[in-house]
Design a protein around this ligand. Structure first.
Ligand SMILES: C[S@@+](CC[C@H](N)C(=O)[O-])C[C@H]1O[C@@H](n2cnc3c(N)ncnc32)[C@H](O)[C@@H]1O
Length: 320
């Protein structure tokens, strides 16, 4: 029988994450997406020489994982925060610089968000549109759906879901306002799409709901802040490990890691570098790690996971 914590969320690519953690230096790592605590519990069991600072912006996740990790006592420091606010705040503190032996980000939402109908993430029930990971945030799906202009809605749908027929869907949404419930929005999306395009596809609301969720939670901005701060927060030999479930996020991670692991400095050779485009990490995953067929069978929600990792390196004396 599945444990309560695994019902909350079953961690994706767990074996692959543990394999990488064998090579993380001792010390303290940062888990910016604690969720149900599955990854972090297994990491702390694997490595008695590691402590963790673990974040989540969702109070339900904090409650479940605090219980799950209780036995590790002072090895665990749990903080309720979104990753952007946290990493930006500690990046300016001298003692935080170079202090983390790894940063683990397992992006997106947990299974709990979909399974708990009242959170308004899933289009399969009749619940108020919400989709906030942090229930105290001001912006919710109701605002995006009812207050954004048609042009803004098209942008949201294209950016966060690569949604086909974004123009038609946005027009129908604007015409049917006010829209309060998840199933109401799902029906409007279905009706907006030509019948021939509906056959044999995912429910058309899948990508629309994903795009709105990404907008509500500012997920691209959150990831961007994490990547930007990772260089200063990681210790030498520290690892950055990111699991993403969305092509836009994976592209951001891939490009960031490509830039960090490639020397593109164009400053004159004998002068100090001022462009900052120097290599500061080495890649660990040439290609992203993805779940095995068995993992997808056991946990279909892991199917779109992609893991990329790199390690911060010490710059040679005189190198840039
Ligand atoms: C895929 S789940 C992580 C699962 C976790 N690795 C585990 O083993 O259970 C993502 C979690 O990260 C949280 N989250 C997503 N984006 C976040 C952000 N920007 N800042 C803080 N927490 C975030 C969500 O609330 C959710 O609980």
């Amino acid at each position: 029988m599945m444990s309560l914590s695994n019902r909350y969320h079953r961690p994706a690519l767990l074996e692959e994450v543990l394999q990488l953690f064998h090579d993380v230096p001792s010390g303290r790592y940062l888990d910016v997406t604690l969720g149900g605590g599955g990854h972090t519990e297994a990491i702390l069991d694997l490595r008695a020489d590691l402590d963790v600072v673990a974040l989540d912006r969702d109070e339900d996740a904090i409650e479940v994982s605090s219980k799950r990790l209780e036995r590790f006592q002072e090895r665990v420091c749990i903080v309720r925060s979104d990753m952007k606010s946290y990493v930006q705040a500690i990046s300016v503190q001298e003692e935080a610089a170079g202090s983390f032996s790894a940063i683990l980000a397992d992006l997106g939402v947990s299974s709990h968000h979909f399974d708990e109908a009242a959170r308004g993430f899933s289009f399969s029930g009749h619940t108020p549109l919400d989709m906030r990971m942090d229930k105290t945030d001001e912006l919710s799906a109701i605002d995006v759906v009812n207050k954004y202009s048609q042009t803004q809605l098209i942008e949201v749908l294209k950016r966060g879901g690569d949604v086909q027929y974004a123009g038609r869907i946005a027009r129908e949404v604007v015409e049917h306002r006010p829209i309060f419930f998840t199933d109401q929005l799902a029906q409007i999306v279905s009706d907006a799409i030509p019948k021939r395009a509906l056959k044999g596809r995912l429910h058309p609301a899948t990508t629309v709901f994903q795009a709105i969720r990404i907008e509500v939670n500012g997920e691209f901005e959150q990831l961007d802040a994490l990547l930007t701060c990772s260089r200063s927060l990681l210790a030498t030999s520290g690892m950055l490990i990111v699991i993403s479930y969305h092509s836009g996020e994976d592209r951001m991670v891939k490009e960031f890691m490509r830039d960090a692991t490639t020397d593109r400095c164009s400053c004159p050779p004998k002068l100090p570098c001022v462009c900052g485009k120097t290599k500061w990490a080495i890649s660990i995953t040439r290609n992203p790690l993805v779940p095995s067929a068995q993992e997808i069978k056991d946990n279909p929600r892991a199917r779109s996971a992609k893991l990329r990792a790199m390690r911060k390196v010490e710059l040679q004396e005189g190198s840039r």
